[in-house]
Ligand binder design. Structure first.
Ligand code: PEP
Length: 306
């Protein structure tokens, strides 16, 4: 079974003007300087993409956007296209977030168009799917997720499919503090993996990453990330916190089998560090004691996320 590199996406939503966004990006880069077990993408608001991108250039942390239009250019006032995001150094883009669907009327068909445009332009789409509370209570979770996933991936070739990340985000867990149980989340993730297998075959499905999103934070991340089909997280509220903002507190969690050196403790203060801990626990990527100079650092903008 192929290894899937854990993926952590921070969705800063409509928060932070440029100066605090740059400060937070600097904090995250400093905290994750030695992280090699996971890919981390920061998605600031569009107004801060350029400034944050300059901080991330030459680091392992990637730049991402929160939405885009499916056309490359045209008379679409207020919109931003995939080539424009690439021009700013973006490597990923969140698509079909439930807030875009519910507040701005984004439909599955549009999410599909955007997904196709993103992969064509070598941007990694983070395609959000998930059911409302009413749909869960009506027993239609899997049907809703199936329709959203299939429509979003429609027309994407088998070759390009591994360049897509699916994020399962139950609407009732986003920004509410309610989190899906590990069983609820794993059930839907396994179902999505099955859908991907039906669409593109088992080999491709095993390569594709499926993230969980919905009130994920350091306290619950290790259990969620420990599930077989959960390959990372899409994190909203908690991603606005970094160690420098968390004062006078002990590290929020201490994974049982991860040592708590000063570095580990610092990393645990940012949610992305959950992936670090998980990466170390499940698939160590460097030998303890490897001198920093021997570690590889990709060129500007970080490595491609697939
Ligand atoms: C999100 O915005 O995608 C999200 C999961 O938010 P939160 O972590 O705040 O629930």
């Amino acid at each position: 079974m192929p290894e899937r590199t854990p993926y952590i996406a921070a969705n800063w939503k409509m928060h932070l003007t440029r100066a605090p966004a740059v400060q937070l990006a600097r904090d995250v880069v400093a905290q994750l300087a030695d992280v090699t077990g996971a890919e981390v993408v920061l998605c600031p608001p569009a107004t801060a993409l350029d400034a944050v991108g300059r901080v991330l250039a030459g680091t392992r942390v990637l730049l991402g956007a929160q939405t885009m239009h499916w056309e490359d250019h045209g008379a679409y006032t207020g919109e931003i296209s995939a080539p424009m995001l690439v021009d700013l150094g973006c490597r990923a883009v969140i698509l079909g977030h439930s807030e875009r669907r519910s507040y701005f009327g984004e439909r599955d068909e549009e999410v599909g168009r955007k997904t196709r445009s993103a992969v064509v332009h070598d941007l990694l789409p983070i395609v959000c799917v998930g059911e409302s509370l009413a749909e869960r209570e009506a027993g239609s979770t899997l049907r809703v997720v199936q329709v959203q996933t299939e429509r979003a991936l429609e027309g994407v070739s088998r070759e390009l499919a591994p360049g897509i990340v699916v994020a399962y985000e139950p609407l009732w867990a986003i920004g509410t503090g309610k989190v899906a149980t590990t069983e609820q989340a794993q059930e839907v993730h396994a179902f999505i993996r099955g859908l991907l297998s039906n669409l593109h075959g088992e080999t491709v499905a095993q390569r594709m990453r499926i993230l969980y999103g919905g009130s994920m934070k350091p306290a619950n991340a290790p259990d969620l990330l420990g599930q077989k089909d959960i390959d990372g997280g899409l994190i909203g509220g908690a991603s606005l916190e970094s160690r420098s903002r968390v004062t006078n507190t002990a590290p929020p969690f201490e994974p049982r089998d991860v040592s708590t050196s000063a570095l580990d403790r610092a990393l645990m203060s940012y949610p992305a560090s959950a992936a670090y801990a998980w990466g170390r626990r499940k698939r160590p990527t460097r030998c303890p004691g490897t001198p920093p100079a021997a570690r590889q650092r990709p060129a500007a903008g970080g490595s491609r996320a697939t």
